[in-house]
Write a protein that binds this ligand. Sequence first.
Ligand code: GLY
Ligand code: MN
Ligand code: MN
Length: 464
Amino acid sequence: MFDKEIYSARRKELASKINSGVILFLGNKEAPMNYPANEYKFRQDSNFLYYFGLDEPNLAAVIDAESGEEIIFGYNRDVDDVIWMGPDASISEKANSVGVANTKPFGELFNYIEKQIGVGRKIHFLPPYRAETMIDLEKLTGIKTEKIKIFSSQELIKAVVAQRSIKQPEEIEEIENALAISYEMYATAFREIRPGLLERELYGKLEGITLSKGNGVSFPTILSVRGEILHNHHHENIMSEGDLLVIDSGAESEMHYASDITRTLPVSGKFTEKQKGIYSIVLKAQKEAIEMMKPGVKYRDVHLHAAKVITEGLKELGLMKGNVDDAVQNGAHALFFPHGLGHMLGLDVHDMEGLGENFVGYNSEIERSEQFGLAYLRFAKSLRPGHVITVEPGIYFIPKLVEKWKAENKLNEFINYEKVEEYLGFGGIRIEDDVLVTEEGHRVLGKQLIPKEIEDIEKAITGN
Ligand code: GLY
Ligand code: MN
Ligand code: MN
């Protein structure tokens, strides 16, 4: 946990931004896997972690926006709990460790909220993403579960997003701790990758590292020779000579901060000339995108620049044609690069996505596009010091998408479909790093950087 002063200061700042009423945070509960007492690994709600630090189930907390009073609601372990789970600190000791003076038994939360509603006070809560939380919110507020999200507090969402978007030095250190785990994961991948290896063998080893060094994965590992499937969670293929393996993976630090890294590796240790051609374009797009990052630059412009580099590169290889600016403006590059360039990173791998992507990545000066490809850009607004953003361009050859666009003659003034068909079966390439925006510009996070140049990757795999 951080020092209690950090949590107190965060709560004070939050309360100062909310005009009136009570701010309610519900921590997560255990989630059953296949029968009630057999649970998934517990993950605390990230907002609860950010303001109250306590990493255990069955907690709730309130902040009175007017008086500043803070209360944590929870349980003390009784003898039965101690038999199964062992002894533990009291709820008031735990509250004290994060700077909260008042505690009450969990059951009293219901009376407390009822009383506040009774005197006409607003209860601010964040949009829930778990069914149990929706049900608890219905019990507490009387609002039906299907309406709960609509009644979540925009004032609170905006205040939390503003605060969590600017990472404090302690948070950057935690993200770099998660990146140290990523470094080890990729060192293992470089060492182990070879023809004949099952995807699942490597997948198991990499996820094992996240558990032995931190808090497990920050999202389910994507590891596949079918890298053109963007979020491929199937790991049953055998790696073969000539395949490209996409590994998009992340770890959680001890304090639950995330890393999110992608590398694309040649299974045989050496890229073919054809693979080098596409890889070099993705790498150039990623490096130039990172180079652009500094305060005041709109991330949508960084995304569009990466799209331009991809279009130029594919034009040189004969897969695209025509005017590059027009091609990008019309979204032609999205046949190959159909996703956004990146997203915020923090306590969540897609940081604060549960609060609503548009609150995190867009504002009154920049609206989300509806164009295929650009519509998936999660973060578009101007960069500010303290933002941590992923930069993850890719080129993919998705047979079904190529088939569809070709049948529609879609944007055929920019796409040379005959040439594109020569690449079906190629797979996909993505390269991803996590970047901090600084006062002066940016810094690629990670104390040891994971190889991404062609020669460095080949050397890391083959030793020469
Ligand atoms: N973890 C998927 C992504 O890179 O956004
Ligand atoms: Mn990723
Ligand atoms: Mn990512």
